[in-house]
Every structure is written in C-alpha cells, then in structure tokens.
Design a protein around this ligand. Structure first.
Ligand SMILES: [Zn+2]
Length: 292
C-alpha cells in the first residue's frame, strides 16, 4: 500500500509489540533460485516494482512488501500453492479510502500467509477455503483502497496468521523473476521483472540440494529407478544429462503431483557417469549416477 498514514500504523504497531518485533531490514535472502515463490503475474509478463522493501519513507517503511505497477484488469496469479483463507472484493476501484482494499489472503504449507491487495471490484476468481496451485489465476488487479489513485498490486508475506501488521512481514524473492536483485537478493525499486517459465530455468543460481531426487540402484545396469518427491504439485521436467551438460534422454515433462513419483527407466546409453536433473518452478535438483 502507498500508505500516507504509515507513521500512525508504525506507532500503533510499536505500542502493542516489543521493539524486537520489528522487521530486520538488513535481512539477506538466499538466491532467487531457492525461492518457493514465483512472480504474481503470468509467464511472459513484465512489471515494474514501484515500491520495494524498507524504503526510508512511504507505506513500506520498516516492512517487507512489493508494489508492482499492474493496471486495473491485469491478471494476478498465485506466487505459491496454498489455501485461500480470506477474500473480499466489494470495494469500488475509485474508492481509495484506507481500509477499503479488496484482497485475497492465502496460507502456505509452512504457515506463512500472503496477501494480494488492491484487487478490482468483483474481480476475484477464488473463494475462501479453496486450495490453489502455484501460478493459478486468483483475480484481477485494481486500485481499491489506499492506492493514492495509482493502480498496483501490493504483495506481502507474513510469518504467520497471527498479525498482518508490518512488523510480522517477511521478505521474499521469486524463482522465475528475470531482472536485477540487490545485495540482499531482493527486487529493486524501479526495476522491471519478467516472469519466466519456471520449467525452463537454466543457470539461475546455485544448483539446489538433490535431497528430493534419488537414482537407484547406483551404479546401475538397466533398469534403474528415479524417485522424485515434491512438496507441491507443479509443472516439472526430468532429464538424464551427460556429464557435458546436454540432455541425453527426457523422461518426463508435465505436471507432477505432490509427494513421491517413481520413474522406471531402461537406459540405452553407453556406460559412464550421468546425472538426473529435475526442474520445477524455476529450481533444479541433480543426482549423479553411474551406468555400468
Ligand atoms: Zn504496497
């Protein structure tokens, strides 16, 4: 929110919370490739951050949130899978009264809660209690509530559902954001970000731990088994890669369910060292193995 009453909000927060409950604006995030979040707009779309985290003044002072310059009627998608816990969409797009924001709130698996705010009147596609997947359209952007008349999406993640005050916000970045990050691995005020297809990411940071990807037996003569485990169902690709980095065989491309999936695979490849590569939501995991 572009909140011109932010001083009052800060004073109220401080009155009810100890000083230790303030956000730490110096937090450094892991690289974007490790993020559980994707940008809140469809693949291929580009938007500008018009207010980032912890500016000196403005509605985001002393808190973590992003404002994207979405126009009224633009589609907003879920950054992460979760369950919708609150929807309101009754306020007009020219009602810029503080507190008259249209919102979707979603709780994630880890208890964090995200808010998508200033949505279009009657522009929400989801209902409370609905389970949503990452990338699922949630509704249309708008200018309801305290926008100062500037349509935008206010996006903010909270540690838990105990409070949606600024001191309970946590910082995020996005695994599929094509654009610059600052020294804290956060999006930069004034910069533009394009939502990349999460399944075609390449070298977007360090390789993720391979804990969720296993090849057995190893070493293997055919057949081998490759087990994949995902927290959340999502689009994914599974490839066998040669050591030089090229795809030797594509085993799977499509939607994988949450939980374990097992692929049986009879190799036609020459003996040697290979690795299995799983790509999902802009992240990747690899597991090396030997074919005898
Ligand atoms: Zn905002």
């Amino acid at each position: 929110m572009i909140n011109r009453n932010f001083m009052l909000a800060a004073v109220l927060s401080l009155a009810s919370q100890s000083i230790t409950a303030q956000v730490n604006c110096d937090t450094v995030l892991p690289p974007p490739s490790a993020s559980a979040y994707v940008l809140p707009f469809p693949i291929g779309e580009t938007y500008k951050v018009i207010q980032g985290n912890c500016p000196d003044i403005g509605g985001h002072a002393n808190t973590f949130a992003y404002d994207f310059n979405t126009q009224t009627g633009d589609t907003i998608v879920a950054c992460r899978a979760g369950q919708v816990i609150w929807v309101n969409e009754q306020y007009a797009d020219n009602d810029w009264t503080n507190g008259h924001e249209n919102n979707v709130f979603i709780r994630h698996n880890d208890g964090t809660v995200i808010r998508y705010t200033h949505l279009k009147q009657n522009g929400v596609f989801v209902n409370a209690n609905l389970l949503v997947t990452q990338g699922q359209p949630l509704g249309l952007s708008g200018s309801s509530g305290n926008t100062g008349g500037v349509p935008h999406l206010h996006l903010q993640v909270f540690r838990d559902g105990s409070s949606y005050d600024k001191w309970n916000a946590i910082p995020i970045n996005f695994s599929n954001a094509d654009g610059p990050v600052d020294s804290q691995n956060m999006l930069q005020n004034g910069a533009y970000y394009t939502a990349l297809d999460g399944t075609v990411s390449s070298d977007r940071g360090p390789v993720q731990p391979a804990a969720r990807l296993a090849v057995f037996p190893n070493p293997s003569s055919a057949p081998a088994f490759i087990e994949v485990e995902l927290d959340e169902g999502c689009l994914a690709r599974l490839d066998i890669m040669a050591q030089q980095g090229q795809v030797a065989e594509r085993l799977f491309s499509g939607r994988l369910p949450a939980g374990r999936s097992c692929f049986s695979w009879r190799s036609r490849l020459a003996p040697g060292a290979y690795y299995a590569r799983l790509q999902w939501a802009g992240r990747q995991a690899v597991a090396q193995f030997i074919i005898r």
